[in-house]
Ligand binder design. Sequence first.
Ligand SMILES: [Zn+2]
Length: 379
Amino acid sequence: MASFSLGTGGDSVAEVGAAADWDADWVKALPKAEVHCHMEGCIERDLVRRAARRHHVAVPFDEGEDATGAPPISSLADLLSYLDFSCALIDQADELASIAYAAARHATASGACYIDVIITPLHWQAWRGRVAAMVDAIDGGFREAEQDGLAPAGLCLSINRGESAGRAREMVEWMVQARHPRVVALSIDGNEQAGSHNDRFAPAFALARSHGLHRCAHAGESSGPGGVREAVELLGAERIDHGIRAIEDPVLVRDLAARRVALDICPTSNRILGLTPDPSRHPLERLRAAGVGVSLNTDDPLIYGCELLGEYVETAETFSWDKGVLGSIARTSIESCFAEEGHREELVRALERYLGASSGEGPAAAGEGPVAAGGTLGS
Ligand SMILES: [Zn+2]
């Protein structure tokens, strides 16, 4: 359980800002990427139910009329335990493919043009020792999604912080040897409180980096600002998943802005897990105002019952953002995503055309927003 709470002190900036010059349709059509979404959080409830029946186990949520509601999760420990339960049920390749497809469909419904999806093999017990088969099955789902016009996806293979250095290295060695075109990055997640052990995983991240793989890391969620700094400096993370507790260290905030390390923030997840009970005091606005690149994401959308469009709309309403701010958030999401460089540049151009057309002043200038177009992160 997260034993801290952000935003209970400090200034709320929710009152500041202009009247909305956008509506939900405009936000939906805004070109953007989703960069923090877990495969584990994209398992449709019906699939969990069907798989549980096949394995003769009970589901830990209401099967009655309320069955579309979220399972009883109010802490990171609850979440990790539910993920272990639900993912362990999935032992068929076509189930993995359908989860991948659902992730793409869900993000596309909110207007995402590209998604980076994180998967932590440790959760998927039936696939232990069969990473290649697991990735192939997921790849099939994403390929079908793309053929159907849904957002293309990159896969970030994630180490759980409870794993050994040897297991982490083994996974990276597979990534390096296989060079599967779907796999774009190495990631790390799990409970950051049980000792961050970033030093234990530094060699695996260094190996990934030396072979041109992208790196992202969960930090500053259940760890403090020190966890964020270590993720950047020890793991070479180009992008931080969450990272919101960086706000507790002004020097770190300045460094993140200067080094253009973006934070992919998930407001609904933060609220449900108890980090930010009051959305109007979420540190993302202070981080953004300090020049840190922030994007909005869903984390585990089918567990929290949230969607990317809702994250944009609700956050924009909370902080009275205008189109300019929304455009800068979308820009950060695209510039920090792990799509191939040419694809990323194409998405930035689509965003500029959209912003230019909606302002009636021609394409918006490159370089607006906290992270400049084409900027490298974390280098
Ligand atoms: Zn996450």
